[in-house]
Design a protein around this ligand. Structure first.
Ligand code: TXE
Length: 505
């Protein structure tokens, strides 16, 4: 297996031009260095080599960015713009993302490790589509006229109505698994459509596409101060943003641990609103009546897509015992077919996991699975002496209490469990602290809808997995989060409702 990408100028492909430039923060419409002058490195997970020096934003940079966002919201043109003007700018961002698709996909592949062909087919067009979709929502900030009674003021006649307004300055904190798609698409597009201004602290692990996006947003005509982007660490830039009393709402995607810490900070501070999209341990269920030709590759894709670094990865496969052996065999063959390699190679199906820390986490879970007595069906090893390549890994003979069954691994590791009855599978599917996604493979319409109703998760995939659309809400039950990204719900989540009573007599 090929895992020895040597990074040189040629390998930077369509990303070379952007990587040759000094990287900057975006604050108040200007590309600037960090106040401290400090930088940190972003590296290629296939080789460990440096891709760029990134300015290290900290408290002072976040304060400047929040001041700019506050001014842009209170005095600037963005919330006051006509909806059609905002719509045109957001639509233009979507167009520019598509025009620069090759470059953005290549940058994403270099920085995150994912296959270039996947970034080009999924991450980039889905981000563009979110801007095109949310551009339309710019024109729908509607309230309603409400008939009211005179109980509080006998004899009074009112014209009463509600108005939807942007929530204000929004702080966004985002992860590294879909760096551009989550930061720009899932988070920014709806926030901007509602007329808010933004300070984004992207993940310190993957920064390149969002910094290139900053240039595109400016080119599209986003006014100064409306989007501010400050790379930095969680402790420092992140905590300054979440504790800032001029920030009205936080939109966060990341781990449960950080989500909880943000809630503590907010509770001790200005009680800003919070939307959280956290982890998952999603069940993927294959019933006895499933079309296995679809279900087996579908289940493999459900876990191995994006190296398992998907918040709704179908990491717990529950298979009816009558087809269990056949499914396990088929899965093994699917895993054998997966070609590991640098994301920039055309033939690569799965790249490296994102960094050393994530490699250690995933290998730690693989070791714990073996220690707890699960059987390794395939995989289980790191590959090569360069980069962070981990084999697609499948465990059988697991029990429900094992760490590999209960905890989010966020890597290419699948557990497979047999079940007997519908009652049992519903119980096992729901028996985690999470509730982000679930898959159901069946040819029986009744079974599909019965399970779609019984499984407690924010997204249910029937005879498919990892399908995402801008118009469909995404988020979790239980510890998988608060609120929804994407769709109408995401747009409305970044608005306030004002009730107006006008007494007419
Ligand atoms: O997440 P963190 P990490 C899960 C997944 C993964 C684990 C750890 O299981 O293995 O989380 O990943 C910022 N105040 N998911 O360490 O730490 C941080 O800088 C404010 C699931 O990357 O939560 C980054 O920008 N901000 C997930 C962002 O939070 C803080 C996607 C996420 O980092 C902060 C990613 C603080 N105290 C990981 N501490 C999903 N739902 O898709 C950190 N940050």
């Amino acid at each position: 297996m090929e895992t020895t990408l040597k990074l040189n100028k040629q390998d930077l492909g369509p990303a070379a031009h952007f990587l040759a430039k000094p990287q900057k923060l975006l604050i108040n419409g200007e590309f600037v260095d960090a106040v401290s002058g400090k930088t940190f490195e972003t590296t290629n997970p296939a080789t460990g080599e440096k891709l760029a020096d990134i300015p290290l934003g900290d408290e002072e940079d976040i304060n400047k960015a929040v001041d700019a966002a506050r001014k842009a919201f209170d005095e600037g043109p963005w919330p006051k713009m006509t909806p059609s003007e905002r719509q045109r700018i957001l639509y233009k961002i979507g167009d520019l993302i598509m025009e620069n698709r090759d470059e953005l996909a290549y940058l994403e592949s270099l920085d995150n490790g994912k296959p270039y062909k996947i970034a080009k087919a999924a991450d980039i067009p889905l981000t563009a589509d979110l801007f095109h979709y949310m551009a339309g929502w710019s024109r729908t900030l509607e309230g309603s006229v409400v008939p009211v009674s005179d109980i509080a003021v006998p004899g009074a006649e009112f014209h009463a109505y509600t108005v939807r307004e942007p929530v204000g300055v929004v702080g966004l904190i985002t992860p590294w698994n879909y760096p551009l798609l989550i930061a720009a698409g899932w988070q920014m597009a709806g926030v901007l459509a509602a007329g808010n201004t933004i300070v984004l602290k992207p993940s310190e692990v993957t920064l390149l596409t969002i910094l290139r996006f900053a240039e595109l947003a400016r080119e599209a005509g986003v006014p100064e101060g409306v989007i501010n982007i400050v790379p930095g660490f969680g402790a420092g830039a992140g905590t300054t943003l979440t504790s800032h009393d001029q920030v009205d709402k936080i939109g966060f995607t990341g781990s449960v641990r950080t989500g909880r810490s943000i809630l503590h900070t907010v509770a001790d501070g200005n009680l800003k609103k919070v939307t959280l999209e956290l982890g998952g341990k999603s069940p993927n269920i294959i019933l006895a009546d499933a079309d296995l030709e679809q279900a087996i590759p579908g289940a493999a894709m459900g876990i191995f897509f994006n190296h398992g670094e998907c918040c709704c990865a179908g990491s717990r496969l529950l298979v009816h015992k009558s087809v269990y052996d056949k499914v396990l065999d088929g899965l093994q063959r699917e895993a054998e077919k997966i070609k590991l390699g640098p994301g920039q190679d055309d033939g690569t199906d799965m790249g490296p996991v994102v960094n050393q820390k994530q490699e250690d986490v995933v290998m730690g879970y693989i070791n714990s699975g073996q220690d707890e007595g699960a059987s390794l069906v395939i995989g289980g090893h790191k590959v090569g002496d360069q980069g962070h390549f981990i084999q697609p890994t499948i465990f059988a003979d697991v029990n429900h209490d094992m760490k590999i069954v209960q905890e989010e691994i966020f890597g290419p590791v699948l557990t497979v469990q047999p079940f007997d009855s519908m009652e049992e599978v519903v119980k096992v599917a729901n028996d985690t602290v999470y509730g982000l996604g679930a898959g159901i493979w069946t040819t029986n319409l009744g079974n599909a809808h019965h399970l779609a109703k019984a499984v407690r998760a924010g997204t249910i995939f029937v005879n498919c997995y990892n399908v995402f659309d801008a118009a469909m809400p995404f988020g979790g039950y239980r510890m998988s989060g608060w609120g929804r990204n994407r769709g109408k719900e995401a747009f409305e989540a970044f608005t306030e409702t004002k009730a107006v009573y006008a007494k007419l007599n």
